[in-house]
Design a protein around this ligand. Structure first.
Ligand code: IMP
Ligand code: MG
Length: 165
């Protein structure tokens, strides 16, 4: 998938967020490492006032399947999140476990609301996951590029590729 297609979709997602959050100052919360190109592109098109903080969650440890429980490696304190309209910015939702853990973690910090924006969603694996802004619904393939990695490589690729075994 080309970066032109991706960027165009992100621009539309930003317009939607601008409309939905008009008059508010949400806290944009990209999930490191994978969400940095998505978050940067989204930021270019956000015209609302907004804050940025980052969280880092470990999950795959360079493997294709999730063997380890995701854990928060870099978190946010209560003062950062309390009473804020939080928008989580994530590269890809696969089983939904990472988002479940992050949402639960944030709820303990008393946000006003939590929304999730993800660029890719493997919908067959987590159809019941409540996602507010989804870039692309994709099949259960492993993809790299545009922030997404395999063994921490490939994040710098401008386009997204399907990894073939
Ligand atoms: P989940 O917890 O199963 O939803 O997994 C989400 C996390 O796994 C994402 O934040 C990614 O870091 C990683 N992940 C899932 N699918 C892919 C993929 O196709 N390519 C690269 N990383 C992936
Ligand atoms: Mg990730």
């Amino acid at each position: 998938m080309s970066h032109e297609i991706i960027q165009n979709r992100i621009k539309n997602m930003a317009h939607q967020i601008n409309t939905d959050f008009e008059g508010t100052t949400p806290l944009i919360l990209p999930v490191l490492n994978g969400a940095f190109p998505f978050a940067a592109e989204l930021a270019k098109h956000l015209t609302i006032s907004c804050e940025f903080e980052f969280v880092k969650i470990s999950s795959y440890k360079g493997e294709i399947s999730a063997k380890h429980q995701p854990f928060i490696m870099l978190g946010v304190d209560v003062a950062t999140v309390e009473n804020k309209d939080v928008i989580i910015v994530e590269d890809i939702v696969d089983t939904g476990r990472t988002m479940e853990i992050l949402v639960n973690y944030l709820k303990h910090r008393n946000p006003k609301s939590i929304k999730i924006a993800c660029l890719f969603h493997k919908h067959q694996l987590s159809p019941e996951m409540q996602l507010d802004y989804v870039g692309f619904q994709i099949p259960d393939d492993f993809i790299v590029g545009y922030g997404l990695d395999y063994a921490n490589l490939g994040r710098n690729l401008p386009d997204v590729y399907k990894l073939t075994p």
